[in-house]
Design a protein around this ligand. Structure first.
Ligand code: ATP
Ligand code: MG
Length: 243
């Protein structure tokens, strides 16, 4: 993807959560956002997802600028697959129905076509055995894989992951990271917010460090993890990599 963030600013009341964030990436498949809690990572991701509106600034994906009016945002959201930290699957629907619902309601698939696409996606993520289970009958890792299968089924131009493993134990974390790693190998475009620094390092084409609403530093993983230029980024990495 080509990604261009231009002077994005977002306030919640008096609080400036994003402060003139700009980033221009010519051609990356995977952007990983790291940084301390409250730094603005989720807010930035939600703006890129079209779920939140910036107070000023703009952004473009593959040279297409996204306007902040409801009609344009609705159209934009159709092409973005989002996976959040807490399992945002519908609890009353089976894994299969979680995937067919948006295909039918948002993307205009017929019930048969939605079912076929959803089953393909479940197979793709080794979940076919679980198609008819409700989220309560699935492990955390399986639920997150259903959320990923749903995000991928819509054939998004961009996938967004906001700490997809932070609610999981280590084994399930690995299971979900394996899936994201596969998507990376397939050459899919995604933006990932994560506290898993080891994973960030292997999966990122570009790492941006966001703190206090600003992208303070960005670069290839080796640059950031081995020779960060700013004291803020070095200090953050020292803290999170201590143990
Ligand atoms: N809807 C909202 N209303 C008011 N303040 C908000 C809202 N959403 C986020 N904030 C505030 O904006 C700041 C940035 O939040 P954000 O969730 O973007 O941070 P983050 O980098 O994702 O943090 P974490 O790593 O803890 O998830 C925080 O101070 C948060 O309290
Ligand atoms: Mg967050």
């Amino acid at each position: 993807m080509k990604l261009s963030l231009e002077n994005l600013t977002k306030n919640f009341g008096e609080h400036r959560v994003l402060d003139d964030v700009s980033l221009a990436l010519e051609k990356v498949h995977s952007l990983v956002l790291i940084g301390p809690s409250g730094g603005g990572k989720s807010t930035l991701l939600r703006i890129i997802a079209g779920l939140e509106i910036a107070d000023s600034g703009s952004f473009a994906i593959n040279e297409e600028r996204v306007a902040f009016d409801e009609k344009s945002l609705r159209e934009h959201r159709r092409h973005i697959g989002v996976v959040f930290q807490a399992f945002n699957v519908f609890p009353h629907l089976s894994a299969l129905a979680n995937i067919t619902l948006p295909l039918e309601k948002v993307h205009g698939f017929t019930p048969d076509a939605a079912c076929e696409t959803a089953l393909d996606s479940l197979r793709r993520f080794r979940l076919e055995k679980h198609a008819h289970k409700k989220p309560a009958e699935l492990s955390g890792g399986q639920k997150q894989r259903v959320a990923i299968a749903r995000a991928v089924a819509i054939k998004p131009r961009l996938l967004l992951f906001d700490e997809p493993t932070s609610a999981l134990d280590p084994e399930m974390t690995a299971e979900v990271l394996d899936v994201i790693e596969e998507l990376k190998r397939e050459g899919r475009d995604f933006i990932l917010v994560t506290h898993e620094m080891g994973f960030a390092r292997v999966v990122a084409d570009y790492v941006a460090f966001l703190t206090d609403g600003k992208i303070v530093e960005g670069g290839e993983p080796a640059e950031i993890f081995e020779s960060a230029k700013t004291a803020e980024c070095r200090e953050f990495l020292r803290r999170v990599l201590k143990y």
